[in-house]
Design a protein around this ligand. Structure first.
Ligand SMILES: C[S@@+](CC[C@H](N)C(=O)[O-])C[C@H]1O[C@@H](n2cnc3c(N)ncnc32)[C@H](O)[C@@H]1O
Length: 357
């Protein structure tokens, strides 16, 4: 099903206190081309009457992703103010710049796949919303900035494995990434997962580079928008810096499930873990796989922590905070709400501190 939430698009940038209207497309998708594990499009094998099949999980090669970037990317800076009064400046790649790259890559004129780069928010099992920043990711980024501020020796003295499920533009991870980069040794692993490999390649990965450019003063984040020139030397300096500060990054595409879990935790044993997820509980069909993966990761961790940020209700779709809490309780988890500083703005939302019961 193709649909648009009432708060469609890059909802961080939208004023949400206007009317909230259910906007579910009446059209039921007959067939969508899907991506295979390498991010290429493939026709749905089930034929015209079927929905797209879920994409299989895949560990992507980080260096190849960075090599596929153009020599210049355009960005705008999102500025956030935390409850404790701190400022975070998060440059994000512009979506029109992504469109330009995809069209330029379509050298054989077959038609670039611009799914998700127009007005549609989600196409079930085809594109799950990752190109745009959703507003709950802002809440989570602010909480993390205040919570991890005081830690010594990186974002933590003990190695921290930060796993963002359904990361998209990855604002929460970017907030932590900037903090890790500002230490001499961060001792931090990042696993960034998104349903769509193209989202990881075209927005998540460039956004990490942009945040690195802020911390290393290659980019002036006081300008609301600008462009960053990218050279092979810059990419080498990026990887050298990560190595020196003991920061690693992995990217995983595809759908939540056991195969996905095996990629996140190949040895079935994780140390200190922080799982992050923003706006991943909108679909009743994926509530169970999402909750299972989340709880499985927590079970495999010696020191687990998890935050799930979401709107209280996804109009016309069926998911939301209460539905998640019910599923979580049935599957052996529990959630505490974190106090939010969002009075009077937009659709009601929450950040949950999730643990195994
Ligand atoms: C609405 S987007 C939110 C993106 C981002 N976290 C934010 O808040 O800006 C939902 C995200 O959940 C992920 N997602 C949804 N269904 C999924 C599934 N079945 N398997 C894996 N990821 C899924 C997608 O990667 C997508 O980026």
């Amino acid at each position: 099903m193709a649909f648009s939430f009432s708060f469609a698009g890059d909802d961080i940038e939208q004023e949400l206190d206007n009317e909230i209207e259910q906007v579910v497309s009446p059209e039921i998708a007959q067939v969508f081309p899907t991506e295979n594990a390498n991010g290429n499009r493939q026709e749905n094998a089930l034929g015209n009457a079927a929905m797209a099949v879920p994409l299989e999980p895949n560990l992507l090669n980080l260096e190849e992703l960075y090599q596929s970037l153009p020599d210049r990317i355009l960005y705008s800076v999102l500025e956030l103010r935390t409850a404790a009064g701190r400022t975070i400046k998060l440059p994000r790649r512009e979506l029109f710049d992504v469109r330009v790259q995809l069209i330029a890559e379509d050298s054989h004129g077959q038609g670039a796949d611009l799914t998700g780069l127009g007005n549609d928010d989600i196409k079930k099992n085809v594109y799950e919303g990752g190109y745009k920043s959703w507003e709950c990711s802002e809440d989570l980024a602010k909480i993390l900035r205040d919570e991890y501020e005081g830690e010594e020796g990186g974002v933590g003295t003990e190695e921290l494995h930060c796993i963002e499920l359904g990361c998209g533009t990855a604002l929460p991870s970017l907030a932590l990434f900037q903090m890790a980069l500002s230490k001499s040794r961060a001792n931090t692993r990042f696993t960034l997962a998104d349903y769509n490999a193209e989202v990881l390649r075209l927005v998540t990965i460039p956004n990490l580079l942009l945040s690195w450019a802020v911390v290393t003063e290659r980019l002036d984040a006081s300008k609301p928008e600008d462009e960053l020139d990218i050279s092979p030397e810059m990419i080498t300096a990026f990887f050298d810096d990560l190595k020196e500060k003991d920061i690693s990054i992995r990217t995983i595409s595809g759908s939540w499930g056991n195969e996905f879990l095996n990629l996140v935790s190949p040895e079935g044993n994780l140390g200190r873990v922080l799982v992050l997820a923003s706006e991943t509980i909108y679909s009743p069909e994926s509530l169970v796989p999402f909750t299972k993966v989340l709880l499985d990761i927590l079970s495999q961790s010696q020191r687990p922590r998890a935050y799930v940020a979401a709107k209280r209700m996804y109009f016309g779709v069926g998911g939301g905070v209460e539905e998640f809490k019910n599923v979580l309780a049935k599957m052996g988890g529990s959630a505490q709400e974190v106090e939010l500083d969002v009075a009077g703005r937009g659709v009601a939302r929450a950040v949950l501190d999730v643990s195994k019961s």
